[in-house]
Design a protein around this ligand. Structure first.
Ligand code: MEV
Length: 747
């Protein structure tokens, strides 16, 4: 019997109407594109929500003469987590919806039929309320119906989110226990009804004004929307004072404050008390500015890649991708291609792009000058990676043995702690224009002032060079003037390059602005080129690993944690060690960059300049012992990478590599490269802090030699074994031992 079809449901975020919705006011809720996926019916345990959903669907099916639902599905909710923590995007409502949808689909109902959808909503709502003890039901409505909804007393109607409004979510750090806050607020309502009603009246009015502003066709309504958000926050503050529930934590207050300073409206999304803040702005660039400021000033992260108004309940063509391809290394190349094709849903025929000769000489001829051939390198896939709750297979191109195996092995350990948590700066790069003083030019302070006074016009001029970039949401964001000496200035134009690496865009902008800057200052324009110290475009990745996942032959997990922490400290104290530490990181990073057709020299230049940015060369990744003795690692590095332009599209293998990885944006590609760098570093430090690097290297090196000596099939493992036992891992020895093995076999 074929496996039942997977069904998924999205998460949700409340845009307005919290608390007031419990008193019959209208809330606006949007479906967020992180999904709970119900698939294969071999779950070993089920949650209360799943059990409640199954019991409701059983009644529904029986009443219509259908057989009882099959066994319970497995539910994947990993997209709702940041490491070990669930973010407040309504995972339990999505689970209720997905389970109901799964069994309806299994029984042959059409999930897109409006009547079936209405039934699914009623079933999921009752199940969710039963398992969770109440709630407005707005989250379940979003999970079943999708889109953006006005929600009043159990009734939902779809609305369009206006094109002039941009939305982002910020992680306020702490999980909120909604039911606890609601209980405190209810107790306050009973104790001080007049004050409570006053607070609810403000929240209700805020919701009405917000909805009225959303209906306006023009961005002029943003001011009214922002005023509604302010009124909402006032109402929340009143509820907080009444109930004692910490609805606006210090971190939320800080986010609201920074947002306000940038003309952005922001409020807690959901019950408050930590978790999520939603920010609204008339332009996406404003939200990037807020994210940049929050990270640099306060270490607070925006959640990138969350899109709103997502599709509701839907059948999926496949179960969620799994990067745990156990035993991939044992297969032959055709077997591995088939396994990767199956895991990624890419057509197997596309893997012909990796065959010898697929990158034609004629293509190479058009890429660089004086071509006489091409140089092939191995392309592999690293397994076990989970980044922000999603499983990814990572293409890596590298000539060094053990890099891919080590990264895959480390990713498995990180997986035991919930996977990698990644975020990124906006894709902002720097174009530099050098200005040199001439005798008749303005004095330096005057020159700086003259440039800054023209910033808006200069940004407009920069944007005029790339209307298509502006149409895609990119463009010039900031202008900085850096005096380098009494007679030299560097002008930086910070440009959002979206999914391009940006070198050409930036160089054009620098060349366009140079004459204007020279005219403004009377100075001479010198160099006009991007900076590879892409420190406005960093990828940030962290992970936590339970000590037991790090234990190895003869080494307890806690000892390994200590060893890795000490190795990290060594790199922090000593640039000689930091250089090797970072080399190990770049083993992983460069392999991804090369595989995806990106500029690995740019990546290298950026990484090492960033490592030395403090004036001392430092490690890009560091490790510490955290709560419960867990190992905690963190990496940040400039990620000047693109999904468009350059070799990413010309080279057939690079194109396929990008499809295997499947990043939705250049930002996600940078995050993946940084995660692989962190994994490579973990693998190296774990080996170095325990048995040393050579043992693992040697067995992989022996395998390379065995294949190089001509061994095939079963001969390979046998020859590897004998080479290691001989303690002489050399080509000549491999040849001799292979002859020995063949002689024995012919006896
Ligand atoms: C070898 O390619 C990389 C290492 O030297 C990295 C390190 O020492 O951390 C093993």
């Amino acid at each position: 019997m074929s496996a039942p079809q997977p069904v998924s449901a999205p998460g949700k975020a409340l845009l307005i109407g919290e608390y007031a919705v419990l008193e019959g006011a209208t809330a606006v809720v949007t479906a967020v594109d992180v999904r709970a996926i119900a698939h294969t019916s071999d779950a070993v345990s089920t949650s209360p929500v799943t059990r409640a959903a199954r019991s409701h669907i059983a009644g529904y099916l029986a009443a219509r003469g259908h057989a009882s639902p099959g066994s319970a599905p497995l539910i994947d909710t990993s997209a709702f987590t940041i490491g070990p923590r669930k973010i407040g995007l309504g995972s339990s409502a999505a689970v209720a919806a997905a389970v109901v949808g799964f069994h309806l689909q299994e029984a042959g109902f059409d999930l897109h039929d409006p009547e079936i959808r209405a039934d699914a909503l009623a079933l999921a709502r009752s199940a969710h309320a039963e398992a969770q003890g109440g709630g407005s039901g707005a989250d379940v409505a979003a999970a079943v119906l999708g889109g953006t909804l006005c929600y009043t007393d159990g009734r939902a109607s779809a609305i369009d989110s206006p094109t002039w409004l941009h939305t982002a979510f910020i992680d306020a750090g702490a999980p909120a226990v909604t039911s606890h806050f609601v209980a405190l607020v209810r107790a306050a309502a009973a104790a001080a009804p007049a004050a409570y009603n006053d607070a609810i009246a403000r929240l209700r009015a805020a919701s009405q004004r917000f909805i009225a502003a959303l209906a306006e066709p023009s961005g002029a309504a943003f001011a009214a929307l922002a005023a509604a958000v302010t009124l909402h926050n006032d109402g929340l503050r009143a509820l907080q004072a009444l109930s004692g529930a910490p609805l606006l934590t210090p971190t939320i207050d800080l986010i609201l404050h920074e947002a306000h300073a940038l003309g952005i409206a922001a409020k807690p999304s959901g019950a408050g008390g930590g978790d999520l803040v939603v920010a609204f702005a008339p332009a996406g660039a404003d939200l990037d500015r807020l994210a940049d400021r929050l990270r640099r000033r306060h270490g607070v992260e925006a959640l990138n890649g969350l899109s709103i108004a997502a599709a509701g309940l839907r059948a999926e063509s496949r179960p969620p991708r799994c990067s745990r391809l156990a035993g991939l290394f044992r297969l032959d190349i055709a077997g591995r291609r088939a396994a990767v094709a199956e895991a990624t849903a890419l057509p197997l025929a596309d893997f012909n792009a990796l065959d010898p000769g697929a990158f034609a000489l004629e293509q190479a001829e058009h890429m660089i000058e004086n071509v006489i051939g091409t140089l092939a390198l191995p392309l592999a896939v690293a397994t076990n990676f989970r980044i922000n709750g999603l499983d990814l297979l990572i293409p890596m191109c590298v000539e060094e043995a053990s890099v891919v195996a080590a990264a895959s092995n480390a990713a498995k350990m990180v997986r035991a702690g919930g996977g990698f948590i990644a975020s990124a700066d906006p894709p902002w790069m720097i174009a530099q224009i050098q200005l040199c003083r001439r005798a008749e030019g303005r004095p330096i302070d005057d020159a700086v002032r003259a440039i800054l006074a023209e910033e808006p016009a200069l940004r407009r001029l920069a944007d005029s060079a790339h209307p298509r970039l502006v149409a895609r949401g990119g463009g010039a964001r900031e202008l900085e003037v850096r005096p380098l000496a009494a007679d030299m200035l560097a002008v930086h134009v910070v440009v959002d390059c979206r999914d391009a690496m940006g070198a050409n865009l930036l160089n054009t902008i620098a060349e366009l602005l140079a004459p204007r800057l020279a005219a403004l200052t009377g100075w001479t324009a010198g160099l006009r080129i991007l900076s590879n110290l892409a420190d406005r475009r960093r990828a940030h990745v962290r992970c936590r690993i339970p000590p037991e996942a790090l234990a190895s032959d003869g080494w307890r997990g806690a000892e390994v944690v200590d060893g890795i922490v000490s190795a990290s400290r060594f790199a922090e104290l000593d640039p000689y060690r930091a250089a090797t530490h970072n080399k190990g990181i770049m083993n992983g990073v460069d392999a991804v960059i090369l595989a995806t057709g990106n500029d690995w020299r740019a990546m290298e230049a950026g990484a090492h300049a960033y490592a030395a940015e403090s004036g001392r060369y430092r490690p890009l990744a560091t490790w510490s012992r955290g709560e419960g003795g867990w190992l905690e690692g963190v990496i940040a590095l400039p990620a000047a990478v693109g999904l468009v332009g350059g070799a990413t599209h010309v080279h057939p293998a690079a194109r396929l590599a990008l499809q295997i990885l499947g990043p939705r944006s250049a930002v996600e590609l940078g995050q993946a490269a940084a995660a692989v760098g962190l994994a490579s570093n973990l693998a190296a430090l774990r080996a170095l802090a325990t048995e040393g690097i050579q043992r693992g290297h040697m067995s992989l090196h022996a395998r390379t030699l065995a294949v190089g000596a001509g061994a095939s099939g079963d001969e390979i493992d046998l020859l590897v074994h004998r080479l290691i036992a001989s303690h002489e891992i050399k080509h000549e020895r491999a040849l001799a031992l292979l002859q020995e093995i063949r002689a024995e076999a012919s006896l």
